[in-house]
Design a protein around this ligand. Structure first.
Ligand SMILES: NC(=O)C1=CN([C@@H]2O[C@H](COP(=O)(O)OP(=O)(O)OC[C@H]3O[C@@H](n4cnc5c(N)ncnc54)[C@H](O)[C@@H]3O)[C@@H](O)[C@H]2O)C=CC1
Ligand SMILES: O=C(O)CCC(=O)C(=O)O
Length: 527
């Protein structure tokens, strides 16, 4: 039975799903050393933001197949290291959207009305109403940085509160911003005109310290900033200074450069600052959503099924995946076949999507072709996650082409050709109406055979008696032929023969076959 380590608090709904297929160990607050020592026995990890899944943990986690992040941000996982090791990393892109947006809104209103300080004063038996004069958000301008899922929900709500909306997001269209009632502007204008700035961006090299001393100096002295996205997008030292010197009026932060927040000048500030301990996703509803979403994906991957929100399998959204899955099987089979025909070191793989297939996203098919191509060399070490990296590291050049004009099979066909140190070979395949894979050409010779576990291919002169000779030779070695087909372009020219055989070819027989007059080459293949 598979073993899953849950190393952060996860809702029971997720644990129940995992328990259907695995032994689930919930061990929270582990030190990095403890994690390193126990991770080798686990097939999957489920985490929130508390666990840092470092390269060291990944490297010793030899059994790991999947790391599930019950939330959005995967910046606490070394995704490149996981990818290299073929570990799928999944998240829950939407499970906590509303929770995080509502936390930002709560922060904005709390900051405007000094709710935390006012609450504390009443609890301290005071009744000071003058100290807590607030500001209304109605008719004020809010600048939303990052108009993705959370930023969009914030926009929808603040619009209905009568605020004027500015947005900065270089990856969002004018139409989308328009739909949300936002004026898309540059960052400088957003900072200059906003009474409230709310950040909803990932932490990337571009967004790190996006809000620095210079940016803060641009803001109005009455402006307030809210960060419920990622620590590090604000320079905390510069922010503390700007608050202390009155360059801006307030800040509400849920996330920090280092978590848990240690010694910080932010702690010394008064009612102009609200700090929460990364609570954006902490609602009962969001925790159920993300736990179910991620646990289902871990369960599926442990059962050999694809994950719907993998962050490190390029181009595989769930819709694309469902539609292309049979063709990915085809691509993988053809990749495996062509690598065995080409033999030696492969230098280049051409992937041609033909007919209807030419209108599809090629990336999943390329990845599947590479997985098949490398499966002889890497066996189970290669998967959809690391196939592209492994190919790149081996210097395999990948060329993708499309030809919609080829109308050979309904649904289209896929042609792979591999060029290597021993020559070049090509194979074409398609799916028949029942979804069965068929190899439809070898080195441009038309054939129509389903792949089988053991196969023998010959290139020979099309002349009487040759098929009989191969049959007798195989018989003399006690090899049983399950099926046989010949493909040729012209009568008595060159031809290929494809045999499905019941057992692997015994040692030495391939050399005997190549000695048969008329046989130019012979290849044995295991699929
Ligand atoms: N505080 C908390 O507990 C939570 C925090 N988050 C964090 O909130 C952030 C936003 O999450 P979602 O809206 O779900 O992500 P999303 O991917 O839907 O949206 C992010 C947006 O940021 C934009 N963006 C990327 N680089 C940018 C740049 N340089 N400048 C401006 N915009 C840029 C993208 O175009 C995208 O529209 C993430 O960092 C996520 O980790 C999410 C959930 C809970
Ligand atoms: O797991 C959590 O509570 C943090 C959520 C979060 O930051 C995210 O989903 O990106």
């Amino acid at each position: 039975m598979s073993k899953v380590l849950v190393s952060d608090p996860i809702d029971q709904a997720g644990i129940d799903i995992l328990s259907q297929v695995a032994q689930v160990d919930v061990k929270t607050n582990l030190s990095p050393e403890e994690l390193v020592s126990i991770i080798p026995e686990y097939d999957a990890m489920m985490i929130r933001s508390g666990t840092r899944v470092t390269k060291e943990i990944i490297e010793v986690g030899k059994q790991l197949k999947i790391i599930g992040r019950a939330g959005v941000g995967v910046d606490n996982v070394d995704v490149p290291a996981a990818t290299r090791q073929g570990i799928v990393v999944v998240n829950s892109p939407e499970g906590n959207t509303i929770a995080a947006a509502e936390h930002a809104l709560a922060m904005m209103l709390s900051l405007s009305r000094h709710i935390p300080e006012a609450n504390q004063s009443v609890k301290n038996s005071q009744w000071d109403r003058k100290r807590f004069i607030g500001a209304e958000v109605y008719k004020k301008t809010i600048g939303i940085v990052g108009l993705g899922k959370i930023g969009s929900h914030v926009a929808t709500v603040v619009r209905s509160m009568g605020m004027k909306l500015l947005a900065y997001d270089p990856f969002i269209s004018l139409e989308r911003a328009d739909q949300l009632g936002c004026r898309l502007v540059d960052m400088d204008l957003l900072l200059r005109e906003s009474d409230y700035v709310t950040l909803h961006i990932p932490k990337t090299p571009e967004t790190t310290h996006l809000i620095n001393a210079e940016a803060l100096a641009t803001m109005k002295p009455t402006a307030r900033i809210i960060n419920c996205s990622r620590g590090g997008v604000i320079d905390e030292a510069a922010l503390s200074e700007a608050l202390k010197t009155g360059k801006i009026a307030g800040a509400a932060l849920d996330v920090f450069e280092s978590e848990p927040l240690g010694e910080s000048p932010l702690r010394e500030l008064g009612k102009e600052v609200i700090l929460t301990p990364h609570l954006g996703a902490s609602t009962a509803e969001a925790q159920v959503n993300v736990a179910i979403d991620v646990a289902e994906q871990i369960r599926d991957v442990l059962l050999g099924l694809p994950a719907r929100s993998a962050v490190n399998i390029p181009g595989l959204s769930s819709n694309v995946l469902e539609q292309l899955k049979p063709y990915m099987r085809l691509a993988e089979t053809l990749g495996n076949l062509v690598s065995q025909l080409a033999g030696g070191r492969i230098e280049q793989l051409n992937v041609r999507l033909q007919g209807e297939l030419a209108t599809n996203n090629s990336q999943p098919l390329v990845v599947a072709s590479l997985k098949g191509l490398l499966s002889q060399a890497l066996r189970e070490r290669v998967n959809y996650v690391n196939a592209s990296i492994e190919a790149k590291e081996r210097g395999i050049r990948v060329i993708e082409t499309r030809d919609a004009s080829v109308q050979d099979y309904s649904g289209g066909s896929l042609l792979l050709s591999a060029k290597g140190s021993l020559g070049e070979h090509s194979v074409t395949g398609a799916l028949l109406s029942d979804g069965e894979i068929h190899i439809t050409s070898i080195d441009e010779f038309p054939i129509n055979v389903p792949p089988s576990h053991h196969m023998l291919f010959t290139l020979h002169r099309d002349m009487p008696g040759i098929i009989g000779k191969i049959g007798s030779l195989l018989g003399s070695f006690n090899v049983n032929i399950a099926s046989m087909q010949v493909g040729r372009k012209i009568v008595r020219g060159d031809a290929v023969m494809v045999l499905s055989i019941d057992d692997p070819l015994p040692e030495g027989i391939l050399t005997e076959i190549t000695k048969v007059p008329g046989i130019r080459d012979a290849y044995t293949v295991t699929l």
